[in-house]
Design a binder for this molecule. Structure first.
Ligand code: ATP
Ligand code: MG
Ligand code: FE
Length: 352
C-alpha cells in the first residue's frame, strides 16, 4: 500500500510517500523536508505564529514535490496520513486540514497520526525491529523512555521532569552564543573541548525511576559561564564538552534503569531504539552503544534524517495503522497535547 504522510507539528514542513508491502516491509519513495530554521534563527527558537504561516504557505508545494519525486499520481494513494499532534497547534491545523481535504477529494481513508508514535515506529521502517522494544525518544520537545509493546500500545516508563534534552542543548548554545539549533553547534564545540574541566552534576544519577532532569545542569553551565566571562574560545569548547559528558552519563544511567523497568512492563526487549533529533549526537550514540553491548541488546538508531522530524515517519505510521484497519474520521480534531501513554501522569513539559 502507498501512503502520503504530512508533518507540520513544529518547524519542519514535510511530506513523503512510503510503500508498505505484504510482509510489512517499508520503502521510502520520497521524503521532502523543508526546514524553517532560517525563519526562526533570529529569535533563537521556534516562533509559533511564524511557523504556522510558513506551513500554510509551503505545505501544498512540499506535497507536490513528494508526489513528483515518488513518481506517483494522487489516485494511486491508498491513504493520507497527517500528524494530528502533539505540537504547535497552528501548524498541526494546517497539516491535518490539508490531509483531510486530500482524503475527501481522493475518497481515501485518513489516518490521524500521533507525531510521537511516528517517532516510535520509525525503527520498524528502517530496521524491521519487532515488538516489544525500549524506545528513548529525545528531541527538542520530548525526552521519554517508552516500552513499545505493539501498535498503539505504549507504556511510558520515564520522562523529563523539566526540560527536554534537545531543549537543554539549545539553551546551552544560546547561553554560549552558538546560535540555533543548538545541538549540532554544542556537539561540534565539544569535539575539541576538555570534558573533565568542569565537574557538572549528573542529574538523577542512581534514582530508581527512569526520569530525566536538565534544569540543574543548565544552571550549573550558566554559573560557570558567568564566572569565566568574557569567555575565550577554549572556555566555550570546555563548557560544551563538560555539559555533553554530563548529559551522556545521565542518558546512559537513566536508560539502564529504564531497561530494568521495561522487563516488568513488557518482558524481554528485542532492541534498544533511540529516536528524535538528539539521537544525532555522536557522544550520546557511543554511550548507548556501550550500554547495549554491556547488556547484550541490539542498539538501533535510524539514520539522522529519519530521527529528526520528517514526513516518512508519518507516512509509515499511517501505513502501519492502515494495515491494522485503524483509520480516522474527517472530524478528527487537531491536538496540541496527545500523550503516547494515556495512563502516564501528565506532568507538564516533556510529557507529550
Ligand atoms: P519534537 O520534540 O516535537 O519532536 P523537535 O523539532 O524539537 O520536535 P527534532 O526535530 O526531532 O525535534 O529535534 C530537534 C532537537 O534535536 C533540537 O533541540 C536540537 O538541538 C537537537 N539536536 C539536533 N542535533 C543534535 C546533536 N547533534 N546533539 C544534540 N542535540 C541535537
Ligand atoms: Mg524540528
Ligand atoms: Fe519530533
Amino acid at each position: 500500500m502507498l501512503v502520503l504522510g504530512i508533518e507540520t507539528t513544529c518547524d519542519e514542513t514535510a511530506a513523503a510517500v512510503v510503500l508498505r508491502n505484504q510482509d510489512g516491509e517499508g520503502e521510502i519513495l520520497s521524503n521532502i523536508v523543508l526546514s524553517q530554521i532560517a525563519e526562526h534563527a533570529a529569535y533563537g527558537g521556534v516562533v509559533p505564529e511564524i511557523a504556522a504561516r510558513a506551513h500554510a504557505e509551503m505545505v501544498d508545494h512540499v506535497i507536490e514535490r513528494a508526489m513528483d519525486e515518488a513518481g506517483i499520481r494522487f489516485d494511486k494513494l491508498d491513504a493520507i496520513a497527517a500528524a494530528a499532534g502533539p505540537g504547535l497547534i497552528g501548524g498541526v491545523i494546517v497539516g491535518l486540514t490539508t490531509g483531510k481535504a486530500l482524503a475527501l477529494a481522493l475518497n481515501r481513508p485518513l489516518v490521524a497520526v500521533n507525531h510521537l508514535e511516528a517517532h516510535a515506529l520509525t525503527p520498524r521502517l528502517t530496521d524491521h525491529v519487532a515488538f516489544p522494544y525500549l524506545l528513548l525518544l529525545a528531541s527538542g520537545g520530548h525526552t521519554q523512555l517508552v516500552a513499545v509493546r505493539g501498535l498503539g500500545d505504549y507504556v511510558r516508563l520515564g520522562t523529563t521532569i523539566d526540560d527536554a534534552i534537545g531543549e537543554a542543548f539549545d539553551k546551552t548554545a544560546k547561553m554560549l552564543g552558538l546560535g540555533y539549533p543548538g545541538g549540532p553547534a554544542v556537539e561540534a564545540q565539544a569535539m575539541s573541548g576538555d570534558a573533565t574541566r568542569f565537574a557538572f552534576p549528573r542529574p538523577m544519577q542512581g534514582r530508581p525511576e527512569p526520569n530525566f532532569s536538565l534544569s540543574g545542569l543548565k544552571t550549573a553551565v550558566r554559573l560557570e559561564a558567568e564566572r569565566h566571562a568574557p569567555l575565550a574560545a577554549k572556555d566555550v569548547r570546555d563548557l560544551c564538552a563538560s555539559f555533553q559528558a554530563a548529559v551522556v552519563d545521565m542518558v546512559v544511567d537513566r536508560t539502564r534503569v529504564g531497561l530494568r523497568r521495561f522487563r516488568d512492563a513488557a518482558g524481554q526487549p528485542t532492541a534498544l531504539v533511540v529516536a528524535g533529533g538528539v539521537a544525532a549526537n555522536r557522544a550520546i550514540r557511543r554511550g548507548l552503544q556501550r550500554l547495549g553491548s554491556e547488556v547484550g541488546l541490539r542498539l538501533v538508531m535510524p539514520p539522522v534524517a529519519l530521527c529528526t522530524d520528517n514526513g516518512a515517519m508519518i507516512a509509515w505510521a499511517g501505513a502501519e495503522r492502515l494495515a491494522a484497519g485503524m483509520t480516522d474520521g474527517l472530524d478528527f480534531s487537531p491536538r496540541a497535547r496527545w500523550p503516547l501513554d494515556p495512563n502516564a501522569p501528565g506532568s507538564g513539559k516533556g510529557t507529550g
